[in-house]
Design a protein around this ligand. Sequence first.
Ligand code: SAH
Ligand code: SF4
Length: 347
Amino acid sequence: MRPNKSELIEMLSLQNKDEVEALYKRAYEVKRQNCGTVVYFRGIVELSNICTKNCFYCGIRKDNQSTDRYLMGKAEVLEAARWAWEQNYGSIVLQAGEREDAWYVSYVNELLQEIKTLSNSELGITLSLGEQTEEVFRTWQESGAHRYLIRIETSNPTLYKTLHPADHSFERRLDVIRTLKKLGWQTGTGVMMGLPGQTIEDLANDILFFYDEDIDMLGMGPFIPHHDTPLKHLVQGYDGDAALELALKMIAACRIALQDINIASTTALQALNPTGREMGLLAGANIIMPNITDTKYRGNYQLYDNKPCLDENASQCVHCLENRIASIGETVGYKEWGDSKHYQNSR
Ligand code: SAH
Ligand code: SF4
């Protein structure tokens, strides 16, 4: 059933502590019934911070001169993938800035084929590489990737315009989401919560957008201002606790409204509170994306300020995460892709 907008607004507007807690509990129960209490890991490889775009909020936007640009070499990517596979992770995510040049497209394609080979096709592969053409999506799909994450950032086209340069197109992003669905990818999108100019009604509309576009997965996080971007004036006065609470309420409202989709508890939650990702799980999320990028690159993949785990290597992250998940009574779904139940149910 299409979610009711005024109920969504009501959930997102809750301020009373007990009522907010009750919302999280309700969302947790919906998660338990639809997805159980197994958390799936997607090891995230931050393949490159080279980006041709200039989103106003993002720390690796093209015009930021204060970051050193990198592209991970093939051996490094394969090593990270092998590590994830040996740890019994079900899947990995390759994420990077956006570029569409032919050399890069075929580099990604080679990576996909080699990751599939080294893991006997066991590792699931999610891509988060921005906007691409239908042809590129077909090629990457044939080479073994099966999920794609591309956030719409906000479903309000007017707000979208205020956060991007004039040549960035909301329509194209929407088209990409529809193309991915059409091609049969498990399709993930999402928004940032707490964007300047964003209202509670916008967030409610975002949830209706996810419903109408029949989204399989969500990756959403709080907007966190970055000091080297056009939105740097928002660093001072940023209220991290309020941002975290809004983000958690959005996760909970999405779980209640959309039921059987996969929802990620994103790293940005942890940037605002050391236990932010557990809070996300308790508010209805069921996916965690542990960072498995070599620490030497992490300092240069700063989408927002205070990104956590900069100097922790992947195996340190695993132990700390497992403990955190056990501490809230959940288990990790090793060796399984953990596909979106929504995707399975809609086939
Ligand atoms: N280039 C790709 C993938 C990498 S960016 C893309 O844009 O799709 C991944 C996500 O980081 C973006 O979708 C955006 O929602 C998020 N992000 C960027 N800057 C951020 C900020 N300042 N605070 C929180 N999230 C941010
Ligand atoms: Fe590039 Fe993605 Fe950042 Fe936009 S959000 S500047 S596309 S990395």
